[in-house]
Design a protein around this ligand. Structure first.
Ligand code: GTQ
Ligand code: FE2
Length: 320
């Protein structure tokens, strides 16, 4: 037995003597509150933050010279929330990354339990992701899903580098622990050409038409929001928001974490006390319970990735 005996502990004369005895047996006095465990409302540890596509592009172009996909598997830049001790997550449940693949390259196929999706930023016809044997084209504004345990590899048969944003629920898989990962036997999964539509692909041309058709009047007519999927993935809900010229949306906060990526136009987002002026390809994170609103003078389209499905399933969703 390590630590004091039952009798020893029972005879302890003072609290100051009790605490070290407890520490030695890996127990803590709940009343002594070394760390708070309950608090009145979400005091999110994650910070509102903004990442710029032009900087990511510069770094990815350098990485294109310095590292190849054979070595790297994925040439990606993780958007790490700048809080102490974090070197991975963008928000509590979500990680976002910029990724680039050069002409002629292949990023080998694999599968994992984390759900993933991509928003294409710059790509020419010939860039694609093979998902479970189907070759999904990647063009700017397209959103591609690679759900839990689906095989996926990326290729680029165009003459230009292809850039996109990855969104994954890895932090929630880290927390709950059901992580599995498998490389594809034989490196790159061959894909048949996509005939027609796929539930894993939301093409920009379709999204744009849906935005055009969507009734105004949402959020005081300053914004129209359409869902991509219902929800797209078990953990993440996706939507496209069109901000009208001179838009100023009503501030909202929810227990969900929201990540916004600019698909077109320019604007700014206030998150808590922070204010971020963004443009195409930029990413802004609004952590849980941070009040936020968007503005755009010339109009813009924002892609929204929200972990609301997690919060809703667990009974934790609140909004105001
Ligand atoms: O493209 O499969 O940014 O598995 C992180 C993990 C991208 C991917 C990331 C991944 C991928
Ligand atoms: Fe992956």
């Amino acid at each position: 037995m390590t630590g004091s005996t039952q009798g020893d502990l029972a005879k302890t004369a003072t609290l100051d003597e009790l605490y070290p005895k407890l520490a030695a047996i890996e127990m803590g006095a709940g009343w002594n509150k070394p760390t708070a465990s309950l608090w009145p409302s979400p005091g999110s540890t994650f910070r509102p933050f903004h990442w710029r596509y032009d900087q990511a592009k510069g770094a990815l172009d350098a990485a294109g010279r310095l590292i190849d996909t054979a070595l790297a598997e994925r040439r990606n830049l993780i958007l790490m929330n700048p809080i102490a001790g974090n070197n991975y997550a963008t928000a509590a449940t979500t990680v976002v990354a910029y990724q680039m693949i050069m002409p002629g390259e292949q990023a080998r196929s694999h599968r994992h339990t984390p759900n993933a999706l991509r928003l294409v930023l710059d790509a020419k016809p010939g860039a694609f992701t093979v998902v479970d044997g189907v070759k999904l084209p990647m063009l700017p504004g397209d959103v591609l899903l690679t759900p839990n345990w689906s095989w996926h590899g990326h290729g680029n048969e165009s003459d230009a580098p292809a850039y996109w944003l990855d969104f994954l629920d890895v932090p929630i898989v880290h927390l709950l622990n059901p992580m599995f990962f498998e490389p594809y036997p034989g490196d790159f999964e061959p894909g048949t050409e996509l005939a027609g539509t796929s539930p894993l692909l939301f093409r920009w041309e379709d999204t744009e038409r849906r935005l055009d058709d969507a009734a105004g009047g949402q959020n005081g007519a300053h914004a129209v929001e359409i869902k991509l999927g219902d929800p797209a993935l078990d953990t993440l809900a996706l939507s496209m928001i069109r901000l009208t010229p001179d838009a100023e949306t009503t501030p909202v906060r929810t227990t969900a974490n929201n990540v916004y990526a600019c698909v077109s136009g320019e604007g700014e987002t206030e998150v808590g006390d922070a204010r971020f002026a963004w443009r195409r390809g930029d990413v802004v994170v609004a952590p849980a319970w941070e009040r936020h609103r968007h503005r755009s003078s010339g109009g813009a389209v924002l892609f929204r990735v929200s972990d609301a499905p997690i919060m809703t399933k667990l009974g934790f969703f609140r909004s105001e």
